[in-house]
Design a protein around this ligand. Structure first.
Ligand code: ADP
Length: 473
């Protein structure tokens, strides 16, 4: 753990396992509630000095961290593949994406502008100031173990906040590597603190109940997000939440089915489907569902599952056995209710893969609304295809979910593209675009997919209070 500028042990340790091989790769400190309290106290002590630095000074620290992360890119990517399982190429992309947040917020730190507003009285002046909220407590997931950390730490530090981070128990090593970078960038003691723990519950309890914490930022499941939001309400702490998704992927009859199938196959199986913006329901117009499905299955059949350290692997392991069980349950349920397996549909166990948590990339056709996979987030390598007749039905089906994070649309018709962009109730819409994300762009969801945005101008606003000054002159 990294607390108040020092590397610290906890009372015990817990194991980190390689999800591709089941082997133990490290023991890390198993922090408890008292460690979280110590870290929060350190962040609280560090806050006045950090928030009083100039934006230029804070920017320089973040820029240094960015440079060190770029130098460490390969090592960090290898740690990620070993710990999280994604193919090395994808891990390198993620490190770059993670570093992008450090660079973007090093720049954005200098653009926290205030405002003057015309006041109603002649002798009155209104000035609006943005100030850091205070100590931030952050909880991050295992699926993007580097970028989900920098996406919170960079804007928090840029804004002038100090932070305590609890990373996911499956991927503490990536977090430790990031904090080594922050330490080497000589970010002052107490400004950024790391508490690793096998059991997140007591840490979460300390985060919500400790009055020094003024903001909670969380990325993870909707269930835990709701719990933290309820806890945070007690002291009216600021909160931002990036939660689950159930992204629709809509292919209209004017789209090229082969091109759309290529896009769908690329984005659906990224990170083995373990992404909150992963397409979870692929709606294809019935007039092109056949050529789409044929191309899609041919591409998916060629994806190779295995250890992400090896060349040519595009499907890494799932995070654990529970994840494999969930995927298997959704596939079996769909088949029992009449869906057909286009390819895959089973665990991968040959050539030693039984030691890890592998499931074959799977295509289901003939999926209907009564199936679990139509409602539940899958977080795995299963692509359900659903045929539709007309635009209105497609919009209704796409919006028929309590999630609202990402949606994808394939069409060559510009009016339809605009209509879909406006009518889909999702925070992020990719139009003929399978990667509508970037450090400069606001990422976040509607409905039960969360609150607030990360990245872009909006991402730093989450860490700022707005203060109005009324002056009589
Ligand atoms: P998943 O089921 O995909 O692992 P979680 O929401 O359980 O998603 O995990 C995301 C993050 O939330 C992880 O860092 C995890 O440790 C943390 N977490 C899980 N339960 C709690 C809790 N009760 N309080 C605080 N953090 C939690």
């Amino acid at each position: 753990m990294y607390i108040d500028g020092q590397w610290a042990k906890a009372k015990g340790t817990f194991e980190v396992l390689n999800p591709a091989t089941g082997e133990k790769i490290a023991d890390v400190p198993d922090g408890g509630r008292d460690d979280a309290a110590t870290a929060i106290a350190a962040a609280d002590r560090a806050f006045p000095a950090w928030s009083n630095l100039t934006a230029y000074q804070r920017s320089a620290y973040l820029y240094r961290a960015y440079q060190i992360m770029m130098e460490r890119k390969e090592d960090l990517a290898r740690t990620m593949t070993e710990e999280q399982g994604k193919p090395l190429r994808a891990a390198r992309n993620e490190v770059q994406y993670g570093a992008d947040f450090l660079l973007w917020y090093a720049e954005e730190a200098k653009r926290v502008y205030g405002e003057t507003i015309p006041a109603p009285r002649a002798d009155q002046r209104f000035i609006v100031l943005h100030q850091p909220v205070g100590v931030v407590a952050a909880v991050t997931p295992w699926n993007y173990p580097v970028s989900m950390i920098t996406r919170k730490v960079a804007p928090a530090l840029a804004a002038g906040c100090t932070i305590v981070l609890k990373p996911a128990e499956a991927t503490p090593l990536c977090a430790i590597e990031i904090f080594k970078i922050l330490a080497e960038a000589e970010i002052p003691a107490g400004v950024a603190n790391l508490v690793t723990a096998a059991d997140p519950k007591p840490i979460g309890e300390e985060f919500v109940s400790n009055p020094a914490v003024r903001k909670i930022t969380f990325t993870g499941s909707t269930g835990v997000g709701k719990m933290l939001a309820q806890g945070a309400a007690e002291q009216m702490k600021r909160i931002s939440l990036e939660l689950g998704g159930h992204a629709p992927f809509l292919v209209f009859d004017d789209a090229n089915p082969q091109y759309a199938a290529k896009g769908a196959a690329l984005v659906k199986f990224l990170n083995t489907g373990q992404a909150c913006i992963s397409p979870n329901r692929i709606f294809v117009h019935k007039s092109i569902v056949e050529p789409f499905t044929e191309e899609f299955i041919s591409r998916v059949t060629r994806l190779r599952g295995g250890n992400g350290m090896e060349d040519g692997i595009s499907i890494g392991p799932l995070v654990n056995e529970a994840a494999v069980d969930k995927v298997e349950r959704q596939v079996n349920d769909a088949v029992e209710k009449g869906a057909k397996i286009g390819c895959g549909g089973h665990r991968l166990i040959d050539d030693g893969l039984d030691k890890g948590h592998f499931f074959a990339p799977t295509v289901l056709t003939g999926v209907t609304p009564d199936m679990l996979i139509y409602r539940e987030e899958t977080f795995g390598p299963v692509a359900p295809i659903i045929a539709f007749d007309d635009d209105e039905t497609a919009i209704t089906m796409a919006n028929d979910t309590h999630y609202g994070l990402a949606a994808y649309v394939y069409t060559q018709n510009i009016s339809r593209a605009h209509r879909m962009f406006e009518r889909l109730r999702f925070g992020i819409v990719g139009i003929n675009d399978i990667n509508p994300t970037g450090a400069a762009a606001p990422f976040g969801g509607m409905k039960e997919s969360g609150l607030g945005r990360e990245g872009g101008r909006e991402g730093i606003a989450e860490y700022l209070e707005t203060k109005l000054g009324g002056f009589s002159v």
